[in-house]
Design a protein around this ligand. Structure first.
Ligand SMILES: [Zn+2]
Length: 298
């Protein structure tokens, strides 16, 4: 296929993946990727059984799937880049050739991070930026700028910091969002709103704090209004999962959003994830509730 055509198709695929992820709450379902069609023709975006997708009409790899093990996954390395092992077999043909083509042509790929069964977090565009034949490994970066910097294994400290910051924003936060959405079945824990595009994965302890890890137990699914109210200490959650509304808000008189959306939530319990391992940590809730009560219950 002509490279301009291939580039244009990729853009359309990525736009579609972005729209689906937005609607779902940050993730895509395996089945919708497999059933994808473009101009009437079937074009699965991931492979049925393998972790790499190389459509026969494409010169460069379209997508790779990485499996998350615990909070970070096996391809993610400490330098903020992805180390992707050569596929089995001949390093110069098949999948390996198409990965190398992606590097030489600069074609962007989609990385799908598998968070749970049939649930994938898309991260795109990503780029194959380096090839280490002696280690049978490609390096994949979240930013094109890593293409032109020589040996990525010897990055300057400032560059390394940038790579780590990028990994946090573009890999770890989206993965956190997906895990929280899955745990709460894409529902606001306060009001039960079910629109993925209106929901956030809120941190209980903020991520700048040392306890503020991107773990499900430090997260809660909240709609945009309840997230903002939580972050601004207008709404609190006790370590026993009870909702409290700030005293000044309880005493205010205003329209239906204040009355039904906030005041009536006072004293209710949040909806918890079905799996007890996904429930919010009481220690984290206590830390946060302490902040809330100092500011908002007097
Ligand atoms: Zn809500």
């Amino acid at each position: 296929m002509d490279s301009h055509l291939e580039a244009a198709l990729r853009r359309r695929i990525m736009d579609w993946v972005g729209e689906r992820a937005e609607a779902n709450g940050g993730f895509v379902h395996r089945s919708e990727l497999l059933e994808f069609r473009i101009d009437g023709a079937k074009l699965p975006i991931i492979d049925y059984s393998r972790g790499i997708r190389n459509p026969s009409s494409f010169e460069s790899t379209l997508s790779i799937v990485s499996t998350a093990n615990g909070p970070y996954d096996d391809t993610e390395s400490e330098d903020g880049l992805l180390h992707y092992a050569y596929r089995k077999g001949d390093p110069w043909s098949g999948d390996n050739r198409k990965l190398r083509n992606a590097m030489t042509t600069g074609m962007p790929l989609v990385l799908f991070r598998k968070e749970a069964k049939n649930i994938l977090t898309p991260v795109f565009p990503v780029y194959v930026v380096d090839d280490y034949p002696e280690e049978r490994m490609f390096v994949i970066a979240l930013d094109e700028s890593f293409t032109f910097m020589g040996d990525v294994r010897e990055m300057e400290p400032a560059r390394r910091q940038y790579a780590l910051r990028l990994a946090k924003q573009r890999l770890h936060q989206p993965a956190f969002r997906t895990r929280v959405m899955v745990a709460y079945e894409t529902r606001c824990a306060v009001c039960q709103l079910r629109h993925g595009s209106l929901l956030d994965a809120a941190h209980i302890v903020p991520d700048w704090h040392e306890l503020g890890s991107p773990a499900v137990t430090n997260g809660v699914a909240l709609c945009k209004i309840h997230h903002a109210a939580y972050d601004q200490d207008m709404l609190g959650v006790t370590p026993d999962y009870e909702i409290r509304i700030a005293l000044d808000l309880l005493n205010e008189i205003d329209g239906p959003m204040l009355k039904h959306g906030l005041q009536e939530m006072h004293g209710r319990s949040i909806n918890l994830p079905v799996r007890s391992a996904d429930r919010p940590s009481r220690e984290h809730l206590a830390w946060r509730y302490d902040e809330f009560s100092r500011k908002s219950l007097r």
